[in-house]
Design a protein around this ligand. Structure first.
Ligand code: IPE
Ligand code: IPE
Ligand code: MG
Length: 235
C-alpha cells in the first residue's frame, strides 16, 4: 500500500456501525462490538507501524451510557476489560501508549483500576498514543473543564482565560487537535465527539461499518486528506 507523503499527526475516529454489522449477520449486537474491538486493535497497530503519532477513538458516549439498555453498556464494559487485559499482556511488544478520556469517575471500579494500570504501564512507550474515549461527551468535557478552572481559581478568575488555558483543562490537554476525523457507519454527524478539538479538522464520512473498516480504506482516506487545502480562515 502506497502511503501519501504527508500523514496526519492526529487521527480521530467515530467507530460507528457495530450493531448493524451484527444485525446483518443475524448476530447479537455484542458480537458487533466484539468485532469492532478487534478491528480497533488492528487499526491501532497499523497506525503505530506507519508512524501516526496520535489516534483518538470514540468507544462509548455519555449518551450511549444514558440511553442504551444497561445490558449493552455492561457488554461494552466487558469488552473494555478484555481489551485492556490483553493489552497489558502484550504491551511490552506493542509499545502503544494508552490513554482514556471521558467521565471516567462513573465507570465500574474494576474498569477504572484497569485503566489506571494500563495508563501507568504504557506511559513510557513512544509508539502511537491511542486515546480511547469512554463515557465521553464533548459538552460534558467542556463543562468539566470549566468546573476545573473555577475550582483552581476558587471561583474567582483573575487572569484572562485564553483558548490555550481553557484547552489545557480539557481531557485532551497537551494533545494536538486532530487533523482528520473519520466516521464510519454512514451517518454524517459528530454525535458529541470532540466538538472543541475538531474545529478545523478535515472530516470524512464513510458508509463502511466499523468492523469492516480496513487499513486499505484508511490509506485511501489519508491520500485524500493529503490533497486537501487547509486554510484555517486564511486565503
Ligand atoms: C458504535 O456502534 C459503538 C457504540 C456506540 C458503543 P453502534 O452500537 O452505534 O452500532 P450501530 O450504529 O447501532 O450500527
Ligand atoms: C457515536 O455513535 C458514538 C460512538 C461511536 C461511540 P452513536 O451510534 O451513539 O451515534 P448516534 O446515536 O447515531 O448519533
Ligand atoms: Mg451507532
Amino acid at each position: 500500500m502506497k502511503l501519501p507523503d504527508t500523514l496526519p499527526t492526529h487521527i480521530a475516529v467515530i467507530m460507528d456501525g457495530n450493531g448493524r454489522w451484527a444485525r446483518r449477520r443475524g448476530l447479537p449486537r455484542k458480537a458487533g462490538h466484539a468485532a469492532g474491538s478487534e478491528n480497533f486493535r488492528s487499526i491501532a497497530t497499523f497506525c503505530r507501524d506507519i508512524g501516526i503519532p496520535y489516534l483518538t477513538v470514540y468507544a462509548l458516549s455519555t449518551e450511549n451510557r444514558a440511553s442504551r439498555p444497561a445490558e449493552e453498556v455492561e457488554e461494552v464494559y466487558d469488552l473494555l476489560r478484555r481489551y485492556i487485559g490483553e493489552s497489558l499482556e502484550t504491551m511490552e511488544r506493542d509499545r502503544v501508549k494508552l490513554k482514556f478520556l471521558g467521565s471516567l469517575d462513573s465507570l465500574p471500579e474494576d474498569v477504572r483500576e484497569l485503566i489506571a494500570r494500563a495508563e501507568e504501564v504504557s506511559a513510557r512507550y513512544e509508539g502511537c498514543q491511542c486515546n480511547i474515549c469512554v463515557n465521553y461527551g464533548g459538552r460534558d468535557e467542556i463543562v468539566r473543564a470549566a468546573c476545573k478552572l473555577m475550582r483552581l481559581s476558587s471561583g474567582t478568575i483573575t487572569q484572562d482565560v485564553t483558548e490555550d488555558i481553557f484547552s489545557r483543562h480539557l481531557d485532551t490537554a497537551f494533545l494536538p487537535d486532530p487533523d482528520l476525523c473519520i466516521r464510519t457507519g454512514g451517518d454524517s454527524r459528530l454525535s458529541n465527539f470532540l466538538p472543541w478539538q475538531l474545529a478545523y479538522a478535515e472530516l470524512v464520512f464513510t458508509k463502511t461499518l466499523w468492523p469492516d473498516f480496513s487499513k486499505k480504506e484508511l490509506v485511501s482516506i489519508m491520500r485524500d486528506f493529503s490533497k486537501r487545502n487547509r486554510r484555517y480562515g486564511g486565503l
